[in-house]
Design a protein around this ligand. Structure first.
Ligand code: CA
Length: 228
């Protein structure tokens, strides 16, 4: 079970959040100010940090930015606890790098749901492999280069991501929705036909004859299957 670090100076709230999480089987560590929180994060390497914005000394937003720039901690997701009326765009996103936020007063049920969602999102990320190969196709995920029979192919960013996702899921039918989520992101509002357009472009680059695809197979009414 995962370890969660709660950095919150309101002791009663910290205790009720801790209890709720422990009841679910999580291991919980707490800290009551930013400096201690940072130290505990380094010692314990938690799977998730719940971070209050209003803290004595080092405040939550500053601490969140420090975490994002710390090579040892940057991969740990952060859920911010915020007071009502704070500007959400300042809390999450580019400015602090937090993954999610919860407005106080915290409803315990919602809190638990958010914690689970963030941890689940993390688990879904496949283990990072540097290279993928399928017959004469070869891609290097770190350098973002794709080769066909040793010749480098010139793929757009989205074509590259799409090909990588298909190759990772070789033989598995992938729906347009799933492809959109994986390649275009969780909160995207891109039309499903975008997937079809990119598949068509990709086929022109990787199929012998793009009118009779042998590698990216259309599964009618569902999506696509990569055959290698
Ligand atoms: Ca506080």
């Amino acid at each position: 079970m995962e370890t969660i670090l709660i950095i919150e100076d309101e002791q009663i709230l910290a205790e009720s959040l801790s209890k709720r999480l422990r009841d679910e089987g999580y291991t919980v560590i707490t800290a009551s100010n930013g400096e201690d929180g940072l130290a505990r994060a380094h010692e314990e390497h938690p799977d998730l940090i719940v971070l209050d914005i209003m803290l004595p000394g080092l405040d939550g937003l500053s601490l969140c930015r420090i975490i994002q720039r710390d090579a040892e901690l940057a991969h740990i997701p952060v859920i911010m606890l915020t007071a009502r009326g704070m500007e959400v765009d300042k809390i999450i996103g580019l400015e602090s790098g937090a993954d999610d936020y919860i407005v106080k007063p915290v409803a315990l049920g919602e809190f638990l749901a958010r914690v689970r969602a963030v941890l689940r999102r993390l688990q879904k990320q496949p283990t990072i492999k540097d290279e993928l190969t399928s017959n004469d196709l070869h891609i290097n995920l770190i350098g973002r280069r794709a080769y066909r029979s040793g010749e480098e192919m010139h793929l757009t960013n989205k074509e590259f991501d799409l090909l990588a996702e298909l190759m990772r899921n070789r033989g598995v039918v992938m729906s347009r929705d799933l492809i959109l989520t994986k390649v275009w992101g969780y909160d995207c509002f891109v039309d499903k036909r975008t997937v079809d357009v990119h598949i068509r472009w990709l086929r022109e680059k990787i199929e012998q004859d793009s009118s009779e695809p042998q590698r990216i197979i259309t599964v009618r009414g569902v999506g696509y299957r990569f055959e290698g």
